[in-house]
Design a protein around this ligand. Structure first.
Ligand SMILES: Nc1nc2c(c(=O)[nH]1)N[C@H]1C(S)=C(S)[C@@H](COP(=O)(O)OP(=O)(O)OC[C@H]3O[C@@H](n4cnc5c(N)ncnc54)[C@H](O)[C@@H]3O)O[C@H]1N2
Ligand code: MOO
Length: 390
């Protein structure tokens, strides 16, 4: 059995980034860059107005100036004759000869003339060419995950396509003869499938597109065959159930038979101890114990790290935060408990963590209200605890 932190270190060591692919920038939100991105154009592209108003030569104000022409965004600007002014709109190119823009609120105007009352400040309300970024400048780095805002920043700088890590192809094997898919008739001894839908929904939310889920019978032969087929088609295989030491728990042996190398089996954590991590070249197996809360923890704390490593994310650490417990429970045993909790946010104080009832690994009901997993170490004291938003 290894510690939770050692398990995380094992992912860093054994999970390699998948190959990269080019993608239109506009479609790359959520993806990880594998090459630096370089601005294709100056930003702004040309000297331009930041306000709706009038372009002048600073030395011509104050005074009453004839209005000669108009500059609009997307059009060409007229030349500014000395002693005159040009109507200009936000984003329009600055007329040659102009050095200042005066907002319309600060002038008196009729159809032909504009009176500039105060002395205008030279250079005001002008966005200078390339003041934000110059063409050829590096604006994003390999390993960065693109947010919608990041996508917009790249598009603004004329970056039409980016090199990103391709998405993993994932197969989910749901074992358990007692497990019945949703909507099918239930015998008295049947268990409605919770883990299959949990894993599938979680992967979809994490951006995985190529995903298949297969129900597998509890025989060694069926598990062997399903795992071999999954490895033929996938970068990542996730299994539910059959990971412990029972008579019908075949996943660890089947992993060996498939030529996977076990990096660890069993993690000092509660729930979800009999978790297996193995790999074969670039392919990864994460075998999760069947109890649904163990699967949930396996996704939030283990699969999340594995996906970050597969994506080549330069910041793969789990985003732990700190909150205050009303009361710290006494733990049984020496494994840390990752407890489902409700974090209450109040802008005036640190988050308050309410541990929810029903922490048994066979119980899922509190996931209907949980928004955090709180890490409770047996030796910890005091009210502060790390938690992961979920
Ligand atoms: N002698 C030992 N027994 C057990 C140990 C141990 O170390 N020694 N570990 C326990 C722990 S901890 C866990 S967790 C479970 C995990 O075992 P498995 O991975 O083999 O899981 P299963 O036995 O297949 O299933 C456990 C439980 O979960 C239900 N289940 C399974 N799949 C689904 C599904 N898709 N949807 C809903 N529920 C599911 C299944 O019916 C069982 O009730 O082993 C302990 N035993
Ligand atoms: O560690 Mo198991 O997941 O508690 O039931």
């Amino acid at each position: 059995m290894i510690s939770f932190d050692a398990a995380q270190a094992s992912y860093a060591e054994h999970v390699q980034p998948l190959p990269s692919e080019p993608l239109p920038t506009a479609a790359a939100s959520g993806r990880v860059l594998r090459a630096d991105a370089v601005a294709a154009v100056d930003l702004p592209r040309f000297d331009q107005s930041a306000m709706d108003g009038y372009a002048i030569r600073h030395q011509d104000a104050p005074g009453r100036l004839p209005l000669q022409g108009r500059a609009e965004a997307g059009g060409a600007a007229p030349v500014l004759e000395p002693g005159s002014c040009v109507r200009i709109l936000t984003g329009a190119p600055l007329p040659a000869g102009a050095d200042t823009v005066v907002p319309q609120e600060q002038v008196e105007s009729d159809a032909r003339h504009v009176r500039f009352v105060d002395g205008a400040q030279p250079g005001r309300h002008i966005r200078k060419r390339a003041e934000e970024v110059a063409a050829g400048q590096r604006i994003a780095e390999a390993g960065q995950r693109l947010s919608p805002g990041g996508v917009a920043a790249l598009c603004a700088a004329g970056v039409a396509s980016v090199e990103v890590t391709r998405l993993p192809r994932v197969t989910v094997l749901v074992t358990g003869d007692e497990v019945v898919p949703a909507g099918q008739p239930l015998s008295d001894s049947a268990t409605p499938d919770a883990n299959g839908p949990l894993i599938t929904a979680w992967l979809r939310a994490a951006g995985v597109a190529e995903l298949q889920t297969v129900a597998v019978a509890d025989t060694r032969q069926a598990v062997d065959r399903a795992l071999a087929e999954a490895l033929d088609q996938s970068d990542l295989v996730i299994t539910s159930g059959g990971a412990s030491v029972g008579d019908r728990d075949f996943i660890p042996e089947a992993a060996d038979a498939a030529g996977l190398i076990r990096h660890f089996w069993k993690v000092a954590q509660k729930p979800g101890k009999p978790l297996l991590f193995a790999s074969r070249g670039p392919q990864v197996l994460l075998a999760l114990p069947g109890n649904p809360a163990s699967v949930h923890l396996g996704l939030q704390l283990h699969l999340r790290s594995i996906l970050a490593r597969l994506a080549g994310d330069a910041s793969p650490a789990l985003p732990w935060q700190w909150g205050r417990l009303d009361a710290r429970p006494t733990l049984k045993g020496d494994r840390p408990l990752f407890a489902r909790a409700r974090a209450h946010h109040d802008p005036a104080q640190p988050p308050r963590l309410d541990l929810l009832p029903g922490q048994g690994s066979h119980r899922l009901g509190n996931l209907l209200s949980a928004n955090a997993l709180v890490r409770l170490e047996p030796d910890d004291t005091g009210p502060w605890a790390a938690y992961l938003p979920i």
